[in-house]
Write a protein that binds this ligand. Sequence first.
Ligand code: NAD
Length: 719
Amino acid sequence: MLHHGPAFSLTRDADILRLHFDTADNKVNVFDKRALEDFGAVLDVIDAQGGVDGLIMTSGKSVFIAGADITEFLDYFIAPDAELAGMLDRVNAQFNRFEDLPFPTVVAINGEAQGGGFEICLAADFRIMAEGARVGLPEVKLGIMPGWGGSVRLPRLIGIDNAVEWMCSGSAKKAAVALADGAADAVVAPELLEQSALDIIEQVRLGRIDVAARRRLKTGPVLLSDMERTMAIMSAKGVVGAKAGPHYPSPLTIIDVVASHATRERNEALPIESAAFVKLAKTDVAASLVGIFLNDQQLKRIARGVTKGHAAPVKRAAVLGAGIMGGGVAYQSASNGVPIVMKDIRQEAIQTGLDEAGALLGKQVARGALKPAGVPAILNAIVPALSYGEFGDVDLVVEAVVENAKVKASVLAEVEAAVSDDTVITTNTSTISVNLLAKSLQRPENFCGMHFFNPVHRMPLVEVIRAEGSSERAIATTVAYAQAMKKTPIVVNDCPGFLVNRILFAYFAGYTRLIADGGDVVAIDKALERFGWPMGPAYLLDVVGLDTGKHAAAVMAEGFPDRMASERRTVIDAMYEAERFGQKNGKGFYRYEADKRGKLQKLPDPDGDAVVKSVQSASQAFEPDTIVDRLMIPMCIEAARCVEDDIVGTPAEADMGLVYGLGFPPFRGGALRWVDKAGLADFCARADSMSDLGPLYRPTARMRAMADSGDTFYQRSAT
Ligand code: NAD
């Protein structure tokens, strides 16, 4: 053994060097400070070797290299620019040393090689991938960009257009795609990686491959005429700019960086990348997106803690009700490998549920995400039923019948009699107390809420609602089932609206009040959409349905009368009374018409405007910032209350509930992180300036105490 460090080992077998990355006390290989130091040390040993034919780099983990250590990176993000730039320079110097070794280098990529883990691969001469391996540069998802030479080497290797697509999408590329695009030199079965690497080195030794020419290609300017380069950059900007929108600066920065270093040699190009990286790392957007990433990891850790040792396997599930939600649950379960019985009282409803599942699968086939041969097995995994005959061996039931407490109570009691003693029974209710529903059961310990969002196949969140009597086993099994369905579960306690709708209806309460005060529907929607919401509040109410909205608003008003009840008739009441239910009957705040492709178009509607006017004494123009505060302040205060009232365990879970359940703009990081960014003192002052609007705008005592002590919801090191 020539070197045996904490991350790398180096051995020599005749004229072949083997560099092996296998961090001793870590489940995955990451380029943290220790690994980077060790990389420098092993390069010294490599440099001292003579008579070498080639080097093969391998990994001792199933993930080849996961990338940089994001938690360490964060310290650099908040450090002075020079410190971050210094780190990038040091790593670049090492990767350049690796790239410039006087013999061919081959990386044998056995699993995922992402971010920094792929950037080192790009510094090698050859990349051989195992069939199941994937590579990519996902930095854009964190609001940053490749910082260890990725933006320099990838366009020189696979062309500007491909490289821009790789970097701006941040997606992990399968081996076959990497090969087709030119990022991989060969794709082989995992057991043939080593032999293929040796073969390549032999080919070089025999003079059949010109390594020097390959290196010139990767370290020189991009080989394109001025015209071709300009065209490539312009078309990339058009496509990417339209997709990224105004709130995410990194995709366009990536293109600008590639444009400005494309004509330069590697050593001049790298500082351009570094300078842009430092700038992006200091943006609010990067802080938010990194925060979201860390929150997501925290959610996974929390879920692991909940399920470990408690979750029972769900091999077969059942759903009651084949409506919008039941059909969605059946599809999601079956397509993730958990067979499911779908029961309704109406044959037509079952057929609609099955047709919907078929249509969703058809879309997957059209996108290439599923082979046509896979469709029948998934559809067969949805077992239609009009009776409880099939329920004897189900492990978990999701009740998704009509939103009526009496119907639900009797259906829950019925199903309990049909299942085994340890079957977990859950309800997808949106507005009925799970504690109340638990009363209809003989075995309330087996019961909890499992609240999906519409459309089920698209919305990542599932709220798992703990009733007073829910056992750890029931909660753990439900959390594990949600994960098996590829959803993100968050465990919450029972209260009106649970976590997400409780916070959403505080926002709607702010909205109806603003409308009553004369606010303009379109101006409000625009202001909130500019804030980053996928749709403004009027549009959202039209999508949710004004009937559903009215019902839920009434539940919230009863639950939180001090701040969510309105003495006056609200615009939601008025729309409901005018039978303007939103998209479901083609009219609400707006009017809806299907276009040629069947997609609903939102159109202005004077009749809708007249209904709005009926609840206003006079119209008034509000500044966009005021509009945002009038809705967002109640939302943020309610989110803080949910943490204080122990409805949700942590600020991270509250924020992720909003991101995954409502589409809260990720670049803002979540409601509580948004408050942190402003500072509690500033937030409370803004809320106080609206104190005449009542308790909806009154920060909690704890928020005021946090403002006084300069406290934040998140630790500074985690932002
Ligand atoms: P839906 O009206 O589309 O479907 C309800 C289905 O239940 C119908 O097919 C009906 O035939 C069936 N049903 C009625 N009684 C039944 C019984 N005794 N046994 C079996 N099936 C029976 O309703 P939906 O929108 O799918 O909502 C279902 C539940 O999910 C409700 O509790 C609702 O609050 C909740 N939810 C809905 C949404 C949403 O956006 N639609 C979102 C989250 C939660």
